[in-house]
Design a binder for this molecule. Structure first.
Ligand SMILES: Cc1cc2nc3c(=O)[nH]c(=O)nc-3n(C[C@H](O)[C@H](O)[C@H](O)COP(=O)(O)O)c2cc1C
Length: 258
């Protein structure tokens, strides 16, 4: 049985709730999936003050004491995560943005490998595509195996014809999501992801020290010596590209100090 949770960023049970619920119903109907809807407005998540203590010392040193870790534990315990949000002023809703900022340290130290992620953006008129791309990027940055998100356009009350369109979009997205949920979830990285890892790890190795949490985390994980975050078989082209990315980061670091 796989567990899928949805972090719901709309406080009202209208369009976003409808779309996310349909998505979850579809997953459950395929079989062997248990879902949980988590209303972000039920949790107390303080706004990041930018002290950067989580980057430097570790997330446990965050001075804000709230429900952040409850949500993170739920994400850690799940096999799949969905972020569902309305489009508010061409961005994710504040409930979600505030939470994502509190996950900033996990963008430095990704940790959701082997879990499947997707997003559902619900809007009145326009702007959702950029939000979807943003959430895809965040999902992958956190370490998730990301299924492209969807954008749903629907005004209230949702008409029958809109419901049919929504269903079509969500059927396609949920089928891909479900397949990945039951498949080996550690895919080969894209060239961009490989570059992000190799340049990131080399600059962390050269620019930081044992006093920094990022440095220790990467060392503990064996990432200074690894091909990628997790074991993968890179092809010859990817191997060469990886070496080139490491070298580029090394030269950039060197030029900073000369
Ligand atoms: C503060 C606010 C800002 C919004 N900004 C946009 C926007 O930029 N683009 C858009 O298409 N819809 C916008 N909308 C409309 C919502 O995205 C749309 O009504 C959505 O369905 C709301 O989700 P809900 O039904 O789950 O509350 C906005 C709504 C609110 C309340």
């Amino acid at each position: 049985m796989k567990k899928v949770i949805c972090l719901m960023a709309s406080a009202r049970k209208k369009g976003t709730h409808y779309a996310a619920s349909r998505f979850m119903e579809k997953l459950e109907a395929y079989g062997n999936v248990k879902t949980e809807m988590i209303q972000l407005d039920d949790y107390r998540i303080e706004t990041c003050r930018g002290c950067q203590v989580c980057f430097a010392k570790g997330e446990t040193y965050c001075p804000l004491k709230d429900d952040r870790d409850v949500l993170i534990q739920k994400m850690m315990a799940a096999d799949g995560v969905i972020f569902a949000t309305p489009n508010y002023a061409f961005q994710v809703a504040g409930f979600l943005k505030i939470f994502i900022e509190r996950l900033g340290y996990a963008l430095h130290r990704p940790q959701f490998f082997g879990k499947i992620f997707t997003s559902i953006v619900v809007q009145g008129i326009y702007g959702g595509n950029e939000i979807k791309k943003y959430l895809d990027f965040i999902g992958s940055g956190l370490g998730f195996n990301t299924v492209k998100g969807s954008v749903i356009t629907a005004l209230q009350p949702i008409t029958e014809s809109e419901k049919r369109k929504i269903d079509k979009i969500l059927s396609k997205q949920s089928a891909i999501y479900y397949k990945k949920l039951f498949k080996f979830a550690y895919p080969k990285p894209s060239l961009f992801r490989l570059m992000a890892f190799r340049m990131g790890r080399t600059s962390i190795r050269l620019e930081l020290t044992e006093r920094d949490r990022d440095f220790n985390y990467y060392r503990e994980k064996g990432w200074f010596k690894a091909d990628y975050y997790y074991p993968v078989r890179l092809g010859i082209f990817q191997k060469l590209a990886g070496t080139l990315f490491d070298e580029t980061a090394r030269l950039t670091s060197k030029s900073r100090h000369t």
